[in-house]
Design a protein around this ligand. Structure first.
Ligand code: ZN
Length: 232
């Protein structure tokens, strides 16, 4: 009996590793991918932005950490996107949701009683989703709802109708032009009563999330909050 228990423990440790994906130290508990030290010390916290350069349809932009080109965060986000590390994505989403609830400089508490916050993961074009098998922004959203009671917009309710090539090297105006009318609302049950919380992995120039916020505002939603794991 003892041996079976030992075997089972070894097996579950293989299936659910407790080693931090950043530093290789023990992550402390099962189902955890990043250790407390890495969460608290390795990355630089991002400061919330309430800048007037945002379009009218955007209320605030809030990120967990500053992007570290060539660093651990870039690797984590790359693994999430291309190596399908869903557990990492959910854990990052959980940390982002917790930081937003605890540290958002704007008080949404009364508004959230009358207008429901709804998570809107930035949709991928179907060709990209088919290739990748999943949408990393939706995985991050699934982590956020572990600390909030918010809903995630139905898969297929908002779609990306324009497939864009890499935006690298383009400025904000060129990116915005590239993304014009990139999103389409397929069904819009009660957007009027919601505050959209747009979710993505990285905030760079904002062209993608701004275009999505505009599409949502045109359909009657309130000003969007933009939540991302990293801010470049
Ligand atoms: Zn670590």
């Amino acid at each position: 009996m003892m041996r079976i228990t030992n075997l089972l423990k070894q097996y579950t440790d293989i299936v659910f590793p407790v080693i931090c994906v950043c530093c290789g130290c023990s992550a402390g508990q099962r189902y955890k991918y990043i250790c407390d030290w890495c969460v608290n010390e390795r990355f630089e916290p991002a400061q919330p932005e309430r800048n007037e350069i945002f379009p009218e349809c955007v209320r605030i932009q809030f990120s967990l950490w500053n992007f570290d080109k060539g660093g651990y965060l870039q690797q984590l986000l790359h693994d999430l996107k291309y190596n399908n590390l869903r557990g990492v994505g959910e854990e990052l989403g959980y940390l982002l949701g917790r930081k937003f609830i605890q540290g958002c400089p704007e008080d949404f508490s009364t508004e959230f009683e009358t207008k429901k916050p709804v998570l809107v993961p930035v949709p991928l074009h179907r060709s990209k989703r088919r290739k990748r098998g999943f949408n990393q922004a939706r995985v991050i959203s699934e982590g956020i709802i572990k600390v909030t009671d918010w809903d995630i917009v139905d898969l297929g309710a908002i779609i990306r109708v324009k497939s864009t090539k890499t935006q690298t090297g383009l400025n904000l105006a060129q990116r915005s032009e590239n993304l014009n009318n990139a999103f389409k609302i397929v069904h819009n049950d009660d957007l009027n009563e919601t505050i959209p919380i747009i979710v993505d992995d990285v905030f760079t120039t904002g062209a993608t999330t701004f275009e999505l916020a505009k599409t949502l505002a045109d359909a009657g939603a309130g000003k969007s909050v933009i939540l991302t794991i990293a801010k470049a």
